[in-house]
Ligand binder design. Sequence first.
Ligand SMILES: NC(=O)c1ccc[n+]([C@@H]2O[C@H](COP(=O)([O-])OP(=O)(O)OC[C@H]3O[C@@H](n4cnc5c(N)ncnc54)[C@H](O)[C@@H]3O)[C@@H](O)[C@H]2O)c1
Ligand SMILES: O=C(O)C(=O)C[C@]1(C(=O)O)C=C[C@@H](O)C=C1
Length: 306
Amino acid sequence: MSVIYNRVALIGLGLIASSMFWATKRGGLAGHVTGYARSQDTRDTARRIGLCDEVCDNLIDAVKDADLIVLAVPVGAMGAVAAEIGPHLKPGATVTDVGSVKRTVIDAVAPHLPEGVHFVPAHPLAGTEHSGPESGFATLFDNRWCLLVPHESSTAESVAQLRVYWEGLGANVEEMDADHHDLVLAVTSHTPHLIAYTMVGVADDLRRVTDSEVIKYSAAGFRDFTRIAASDPTMWRDVFLNNKEATLEILGRFTEELFALQRAIRTGDGDMLHDYFTRTRSIRRGIIEAGQDTDAPDFGRSKLEK
Ligand SMILES: NC(=O)c1ccc[n+]([C@@H]2O[C@H](COP(=O)([O-])OP(=O)(O)OC[C@H]3O[C@@H](n4cnc5c(N)ncnc54)[C@H](O)[C@@H]3O)[C@@H](O)[C@H]2O)c1
Ligand SMILES: O=C(O)C(=O)C[C@]1(C(=O)O)C=C[C@@H](O)C=C1
């Protein structure tokens, strides 16, 4: 791979930005990578582990010469960061974000970007329950999707360049409209996270009654829920506050289905339960046959291993 951007600035040095840095180094995709994090602690950690070629103590220093600026902060913080960097961006630079929600991020960021700067929102569909500068690794995006949601300020060239960059980071890239993105992610990511948070909360309540049995005997399904429910609280608070409509729509449907299943259990309607589970099993099998089931990332690998 060759250099795609001479200078990249990563803002918010958590799981996604740090993984982007290690994958950028692995592919030799950037000449120089600057990084900025709000807290001194995070900047110190970043320097200690060699995250970024240069860690800046000031947001403006990190972005002023950059060709690509990546906003990798919680969704609710994107607008404030954009407002601060807007006046200092190089003409012709590309600004992207990695937020899990697209419509509100676009509405919050775009007004702060000067003319001549290209905004190409993005969302890598890859993550873990871990957060912070030490949680990243180079293979996080390998064979995962990254969705690009081009804004009217972007040009075909700026979108194409970001596509090549994400491909270099290991991802498969597709373009999508912002509202459609938010609805799809409400189904595939946001509502499932809310359900996991709820189930773990219920088990936690129960634990007070049954001592530590819930934890001691937790089976695979529940353990998966606890992994997801360990995800960063700030990130997920912002996701739900920013994808309100789509999440509420999907939650409404979920609740209706849950009530139907609840009724079938109460009335002993075995046929209904069997038919329902047969349908859901065929969906899972369809995903596997289509080759869409990607394994969880291998956390045992070193950060720079290919
Ligand atoms: N974790 C995932 O699974 C995942 C996957 C895809 C996209 N995303 C999105 O990527 C973004 C970053 O998520 P992450 O998992 O890397 O989070 P993280 O918690 O690991 O890192 C976020 C970083 O942003 C910093 N930060 C918070 N508020 C800030 C502010 N106002 N100004 C500057 N820095 C600030 C935090 O200190 C932290 O260093 C979020 O928008 C999230 O929705 C996350
Ligand atoms: O694998 C995980 O831990 C994730 O939750 C990753 C996950 C997802 O739901 O798939 C979470 C949020 C994102 O915006 C993208 C990916």
